[in-house]
Design a protein around this ligand. Structure first.
Ligand code: DGY
Length: 322
């Protein structure tokens, strides 16, 4: 029996990441798509000192009770709302995440959703491919401008700042933000204006939700909030689905309270194909791909592996959340 720590790699990672972990640990790995099924993980977790996983896996009492040796759970994600922090603390299990490496990539996706919603790119792509382009420019095909409009970011962290840079430097937009605390750097460098949630919703042409999911941000956007938005405005969510009351968003879209939406995240993922949000031509959907480029996913997995190994060596991981 090896005296190296034992790790479960519960999602597909590159050979480089696997080899890095293999230098100091023994491991079992999942090579299929979509991550190791929970039932499978529960069979293996009693032998594990460390777990490398996506942010989609709930780290709860059920799992922790069956993991007497577990010292660290390393998320390959910046979000860590999958951690039951109290239970992890009670079970003396550390939790880590992967900030920084994905900021620009998520910001690019958010900008893609802004542009695609405003200029109706997916809708008009379907229009052309369906052979419906029979005459010249028609007003029914017109979209909305992005440049020189007002962008409101709820949650001005690292990713919010990267979105703000694109907005101000690339599109001459006016930038508003709402956050738990003031961010002097974006105020100074990007001319961002701090405002209350209500004034941000009332004044923005594009509202981007970028907050982490916490008890305070759960259901942050409900019918009162969509009522405050302009009928010409767009709502973009790349945070977590649970920050939005989806029924309120559906009603808001039906009643024309907002012009459209771009969604990377949903309350239930993968999204239910029957979810009414998928029926609106003015709602653009993508399958939670904010950080999903090959390069960045590899960088996140490597960062997560470093966090994991450091914790197992008894050192402080760089991205410790608990
Ligand atoms: C994360 O890392 O938390 C993001 O949601 C991935 O897109």
């Amino acid at each position: 029996m090896s005296n190296k720590p034992h790790v479960i790699i519960a999602m597909k990672v590159s050979e480089e990441v696997e080899n890095f972990i293999g230098e100091t640990c023994t491991y079992q790995k999942w090579t299929g798509e979509g991550g190791m099924p929970q039932a499978e993980l529960l069979k293996l977790i009693n032998e594990a000192d460390g777990l490398l996983t996506s942010g989609a896996r709930r780290i709860d009492k059920e799992l922790l009770d069956q993991a007497p040796r577990l010292k660290v759970v390393s998320n390959i994600a910046v979000g860590y709302n999958n951690f039951n922090l109290e239970e992890m603390k009670a079970h003396h299990v550390l939790g880590t995440h992967t900030p920084y490496v994905l900021d620009d990539t998520v910001a690019d996706l958010v900008f893609g959703l802004i542009l695609a919603s405003a200029r109706r790119i997916p809708e008009l792509d379907r229009f052309v491919k369906a052979g419906q382009w029979k005459k010249g420019m028609d007003e029914v095909l017109f979209g909305s401008d992005v440049h020189h409009k007002t962008l409101g970011i709820i949650g001005m962290g690292r990713i919010g700042k990267a979105i703000g840079q694109r907005a101000v430097k690339g599109f001459d937009m006016k930038l508003l933000y709402h956050n738990r605390s003031r961010n002097e750097e974006v105020e100074e460098n990007l001319g961002a204006k701090y405002c209350t949630l209500d004034s941000l919703l009332q004044e923005s042409d594009f509202v981007v939700l970028m907050t982490p999911l916490t008890p305070e941000t759960r259901d942050l956007m409900g019918s009162r909030e969509f009522d405050l938005m302009k009928p010409t405005s767009f709502f973009i969510n790349a945070s977590r689905g649970e920050t939005v009351d989806e029924q309120a968003l559906i009603e808001g879209l039906k009643q024309g309270k907002i012009r459209g939406a771009g969604l990377d995240v949903f309350r239930k993922e993968p999204v239910d194909p029957e979810n009414p949000l998928l029926q609106f031509p003015n709602v653009i959907t993508v399958p939670h791909i904010g950080s999903s480029t090959g390069l960045v996913r590899d960088a996140m997995a490597m960062r997560a592996a470093h966090n994991l190994v450091k914790a197992l060596k008894g050192e402080e991981p760089i991205d410790l959340v608990i």
